[in-house]
Structures are given as C-alpha cells and as structure tokens.
Design a binder for this molecule. Structure first.
Ligand code: PGA
Ligand code: ZN
Length: 418
C-alpha cells in the first residue's frame, strides 16, 4: 500500500489560453500531476465544469473555487488513502460531490485529481501508464483521426461541419500512420495556399480557411489525399464530426447549408456525401436528444461508423439508451464529460461488450498532458482523436503514442477498425 500524503492544485492555462486546473498528488517524495481539458461544443448532459464566474477576474473563467475545493475538501478526504485503489478514490470523490452532474465539486476538480492518482499509482509501481487500465497484454496502437480542416464552433470561417478528419486505414504501424497524415496535411497546405486562403490553424490544429461549403473542404481533402499518392477510402479515409447540436433548431438542421431542413432530408444528403467522398465515420450527425433521427441514419446507411459524442457524453446511462434505440455503433470517450477514470472505464467496458468501437478524444481546449495516449492503448480503443499534426497540445499525444510503440518493440500492432 502507498498512501497519499498530499493533494494540491494550481491554476494553469489551456491551449485557448483559458484558465484550467492542474492537480498534483503526492505519496512520500513522489508526485504526479494532471491537467483538465475543456470543450467548446459541449453537450447539455456533460458533467459540470466549475468556473468562478466573476467577471472582473479572468472574464469569469478562473477556477480558483475549484482549486480551493481540491486543496481543502478533497485533500482532506484522500489523505492516507491507498493510491493504488483507484475505484475507492473515485467513489470517495463521487460521494463527496453527491450530485449526478458533479455540480458541487465540479468535474474539472474531480478529474484532475482522479487522473493524477492513476499516474502516480503507475509511477510507484514502476509500470508503463498504458499497462494500468483494462488490458495487460497484446497492446495495440489506435488509429489517429486527425482533424485537418476546422469549422463549426472551433473556427470562425462559417463551415457548417465542425471537423473534417483523415484516418490512415492503410497504416501498418503508428509511425507510418503519422507519416501518412503528415503527407496529406502538407499537400493540403499547398492546395489551400494556392487557392489564396490563409493556412493558419484553428483550435484543434487543423486549417481554418475562409470557406463555408462542406463540399469545398471535402474536395480539397480528396485532392490532398490523391496528391500524396493514396487512395481515398482505402489507405486514407475521411471522417467527420458534424457536432449537430450546434446546427439544430426546432426539429430542423442546417448541416448541409445554412438553410434549415428536416432530419429525413439531412439523412439523404448525408448518404450522398458518404458515397461521393467515401466517408467512413460520422460523429454527432444529429442533436443530443434526437434519438429518432440517429436510428433513422443507422437504418439507412451501412458500413459507416456512427459515433456518439454529445448524445452519450461518456455516460453509461445514456449509452444504454443509445444501445436499446440502435442509435450508433461507436462512442467518443472524453474523460471530463463524466469526471473520473473509473466511470470512464465502466463506459468503455460496456461499449466493448455491446460491440461498439471506442474513440478516445481530446477536448478543443487541451494541454500538454498526454494521459489520453496511454489511456487509448490501455483500454484497447481502436481510434484516438487529438486534432491535427500541429499545435503541441495536439501533437504531444501522437508523440507519446510513438514512444509507446517504440517501447512495445516488435510486439506493437495496430488496433482493428470494425
Ligand atoms: P469540444 O470538441 O472539445 O469543443 O467539445 C470536440 C468534439 O466535439 O469532438
Ligand atoms: Zn464531437
């Protein structure tokens, strides 16, 4: 048993320059820290993110109240607890909060501590972090889904769809996966430049050219894939995150243009672009409570990964509803949507049991913390979303996966996309 001797927290800053929490957990003279990420297109049912909401202080965005909670309430409760008993520690945190959406303590304070505990446990045991989750052998590397054109709430270009991603399906190993994405990104940069648009990047490191039509973005990506010598839909596949919550009003959607149309019509237009651009994965095609439309899409399109993010918010109860309703075949996993490592693992276990693929995800406001890279490997997740190959907070996760691949040596294999 290794006892927790001290828990402290400090205010640091995320990739958007907003305040966030770093928690540090100590056992004797060893310690580990973790930084909580933050979303922009958040789901209504996500766990609560506690901010001070005092206008004259960081425009309301500071997190000193949450930090106080860690330094006092949480630190007191966790003192002398066994750092290796993650479930017990997470249960203490959940009970100390006592609400469904972690409104009292804030999921940001809880998660920063929960992750720091997990890291410290691995450090004390002197085992790689990735080996301390669900699987203990046959580790596999996830396929990266790189967000190479940013739209929606992540940029101000007016593009309807939030994320245009590429997934290097033909990669034999993770390093090759990154190399393939690198080539497409560099070629895309040239194409965007040639068209006279800016090649500056959005929140997740993807380009954010001032185009507003989805098909314009898709055409440029197809061109970049070709120019890189790959076959679209074979070696490289296009994947989308629609983030449809943001494009929903009175039962209608403005996904395909700025005109609001019915879900039925949207499904037909989805079908069209899926066929034309050989799209392999679509996240949040409809809004978080529109279970009917999700099911309609599942019935009408086959062999496409349909991913629930805002609809499930990494919440077991919501995933169960989705399973019964046949809403999707995949779930996006964001630890701060639910708030503890243990609850996140429960969701992943259930998702795998019902045959869903799991995609571990960063948030649009992220940091240098690379926990999710190890988490993706250790939970046998087939994919990881960490933005493009730009901005260190995005690239750091891919770099950590390169290190993990190296440490696994010849045993390293890519996961399977089903
Ligand atoms: P968010 O975006 O972190 O702003 O929610 C990521 C996503 O929607 O997948
Ligand atoms: Zn999403």
């Amino acid at each position: 048993m290794s006892k927790i001797s001290r828990v402290i927290a400090r205010q640091v800053f995320d990739s958007r320059g907003n305040p966030t929490i770093e928690a540090e957990v100590f056992s004797g003279n060893l310690s580990c820290s973790a930084i909580c990420p933050s979303g922009a297109s958040t789901g209504t049912y996500e766990a609560f993110e506690k901010r001070d909401k005092i206008k004259r202080k960081y425009l309301g965005k500071s997190v000193f109240k949450a930090i106080n909670i860690i330094n006092n309430k949480i630190a007191k409760k966790l003192k002398n607890k066994n750092v290796h008993n993650q479930e017990k520690i997470d249960t203490i945190l959940i009970n100390l909060d006592g609400t469904k959406q972690k409104i009292n303590l804030g999921a940001n304070s809880i998660l920063a501590v929960s992750i720091a505990v997990k890291k410290l446990s691995a450090k004390i045991k002197k085992v790689p972090l990735y080996s301390s989750f669900l699987i203990k052998k046959n580790f596999k590397l996830p396929f990266p889904m790189m967000n190479i054109i940013n739209g929606g709430a992540h940029s101000n270009n007016g593009l309807r769809i939030q994320e245009f991603m590429i997934r290097p399906d033909g990669a034999k190993n993770f390093s090759q996966a990154v190399q393939m994405c690198f080539l497409v990104i560099q070629n895309l940069k040239k194409i965007i430049n040639k068209r006279g648009f800016s090649t500056s990047v959005g929140d997740e490191g993807g380009f954010a050219p001032m185009i507003s039509k989805n098909e314009e973005a898709l055409n440029m990506i197809v061109q970049a894939i070709k120019k890189s010598g790959f076959k679209n839909g074979k070696q490289i596949s296009i994947c989308l995150d629609v983030a449809a919550n943001e494009l929903y009003k009175k039962n209608k959607y403005s996904i395909h243009s700025n005109k609001y149309i019915t879900a039925e019509k949207s499904v037909n237009l989805f079908k069209k672009i899926i066929t034309k651009y050989k799209i392999k994965s679509i996240e949040d095609p409809f809004a978080e409570n529109d279970w009917k439309s999700w099911n309609m899409l599942m019935k009408k399109i086959k062999k496409v990964q349909i991913v629930g993010d805002d609809i499930y918010v990494t919440n077991l109860q919501r995933l169960k509803i989705g399973f019964l309703n046949k809403s999707s075949n995949s779930i996006l996993i964001k630890l701060n949507q639910i708030g503890t490592v243990t609850e996140t693992l429960e969701v992943i276990k259930f998702a795998h049991a019902i045959g869903f693929s799991t995609i571990i995800s960063h948030r649009s406001g992220d940091s240098e913390d690379t926990f999710i890279a190890d988490f993706a490997v250790g939970t046998n997740s087939s994919q990881i979303k960490s933005g493009s190959l730009a901005r260190s907070e995005r690239v750091s996760k891919y770099n950590q996966l390169i290190r993990i691949e190296e440490s696994l040596g010849k045993k390293a294999k890519m996961n399977k996309i089903h």
